[in-house]
Design a binder for this molecule. Structure first.
Ligand code: UDX
Length: 427
């Protein structure tokens, strides 16, 4: 098929490259000239394992990029994968997706054969109708709207795309469902992937609900973890047992300093704001966010229980929002560092890959080029990202002036010579 993907961020580029790999002819459309050049040169604008090879293989052949929005006129299916930034009140700024819909509608104004415009971006269900109206008003009658949310995780996006748990189609006709099914026809083990075929609004709600359930699950694990800590108990032992109940499952029960990234915080805020606009307060979703917001402070209060940190040198180990990525968006390291600085501490931070993005955000912090260098002469350390390399630091802790280590991800082994404190498990 001939497919266009509008927006070459992390979701759009993964989608475009993977669809080319499935055998489609794909045009990636982005307003940023440098992004377009990067893709056409066979490189990737974002760091994502496996994506480079796909783009390198297909660029100039089945995958080409352009800044021209009218390029979508040739496509059987147009995916809209532009960003959906948060407005200050947490709601979604729908201007970029509305603009992209308008541009696609104008490009498709004169087509006679049926075309599908598929919203990949995460848009609150009540806003879908606005996009539908834009298409109805500006595009030809043969153009139809669909939604098709994405459940990719950063760091495993290509594998998640090629081997999904489910495909969610938000369609308004059997033709649209069949068209989307043809797009995904050649997925790995494609015939085993369940297709959820619902209307466009419901499909988007599946995406919000999916992220809300996962984020709230982690927040519940964190709340139970905080209670365990108060009782002198190990939340990991408790929740491992709870996870054996297959109604619960053991996944997403790792308690610690909380969730970050580009999806959970944004999507929960957007869902709360959209529900609020309809007059519903969403207390449980708010609580999931509140627990998450408090975890960094709990980490810092455990550190402070071992002494005042003002004028102390404190090592922050891990800056990425999770291991395996250099993404620092909404990383828990941000409130941890700000909290330490507000207490007058001298912060020395380290991450194996995310130093530069964090330096852009927090330039005033000192960045070390190894964990050992960050720990050197430190009066305390906090672990914020669960990188494997932190499990093997051993002798590096001997370099600390005051070896107090508060572990927010359960990666450090207890050992002689350090004062070890777990966030949701006993010292
Ligand atoms: C998430 C969703 O998983 C994905 O389906 C959606 O498309 C985008 O958002 P991602 O942001 O890449 O993906 O990260 P994920 O691996 O889900 O982790 C999210 C956050 O939760 C991370 O900060 C992680 O450290 C934290 N987390 C996860 C925990 O604290 N404990 C857990 O048990 C699991």
């Amino acid at each position: 098929m001939t497919v266009a993907v509008v927006g070459s961020g992390y979701v759009g580029t993964t989608l475009a490259a993977c669809l080319a790999d499935l055998g489609h002819r794909v045009t990636a459309v982005d307003i940023d000239e440098s992004v377009v050049e990067t893709i056409n040169a066979g490189s990737v604008p974002a760091h994502e394992p496996g994506l480079d090879e796909l783009v390198e293989t297909h660029a100039g052949d089945r995958l080409r990029a352009t800044t021209r929005s009218d390029a979508v006129a040739d496509a059987d299916v147009v995916f809209l994968a532009v960003g959906t930034p948060s407005a200050p009140d947490g709601s979604v700024d729908v201007a970029p997706i509305a603009d992209a819909t308008r541009a696609a509608a104008d490009a498709l104004a004169d087509v006679d054969d049926r075309r599908l415009v598929v919203v990949k971006s995460t848009v609150p269900p009540p806003e879908i109708d606005r996009l539908r109206s834009i298409l109805d008003d500006r595009a030809g009658d043969a153009v139809e709207l669909a939604t098709n949310p994405e459940f990719l995780r950063e760091g495993t996006a290509v594998d998640d795309f090629l081997s999904p748990d489910k495909l969610v189609f938000g369609t308004e006709s059997a033709w649209a469902t069949e068209t989307l099914a043809s797009v995904y026809d050649r997925l790995r083990d494609g015939e085993r992937v369940p297709i959820v075929d619902v209307d466009p609004e419901t499909a988007m709600m599946v995406k919000y609900a999916n992220n809300a359930v996962l984020a709230a699950k982690v927040s519940l694990a964190n709340e139970i973890g905080n209670v365990c800590k108060e009782f002198g108990l190990d939340a990991y032992a408790v929740l491992a047992a709870v996870g054996l109940d297959d109604r619960v499952s053991e996944r997403f029960l790792r308690s610690g300093v909380g969730w970050g990234g580009s999806c959970f915080p944004k999507d929960l805020s957007a869902l709360i704001a959209a529900a609020d606009a309809e007059g519903y307060d969403a207390p449980l979703l708010r609580a999931a966010v509140e627990v998450n917001d408090r975890q960094p402070e709990r980490l810092l209060s455990l550190l402070e229980a071992h002494g005042d940190v003002a004028d102390d040198r404190i090592a922050v180990l891990g800056l990425a929002f999770k291991p395996g990525t250099d993404d620092v968006r909404n990383s828990r390291a941000i409130p941890v560092i700000r909290g330490l600085r507000a207490r007058g501490a001298d912060v020395v931070a380290y991450d194996p890959v995310a130093t530069e993005p964090m330096r852009e955000l927090l330039p005033e912090v000192t960045y070390a080029d190894s964990a050992a260098a960050a720990l050197d002469r430190a009066d305390g350390a906090v672990v914020v990202t669960g990188w494997d390399e932190f499990a093997a630091l051993d002798d590096a802790f001997d370099r600390m002036d005051r070896p107090v280590v508060v572990d927010g991800r359960r990666v450090i082994e207890r050992r002689d010579g350090i004062v070890y404190e777990g966030l949701t498990w006993p010292a």
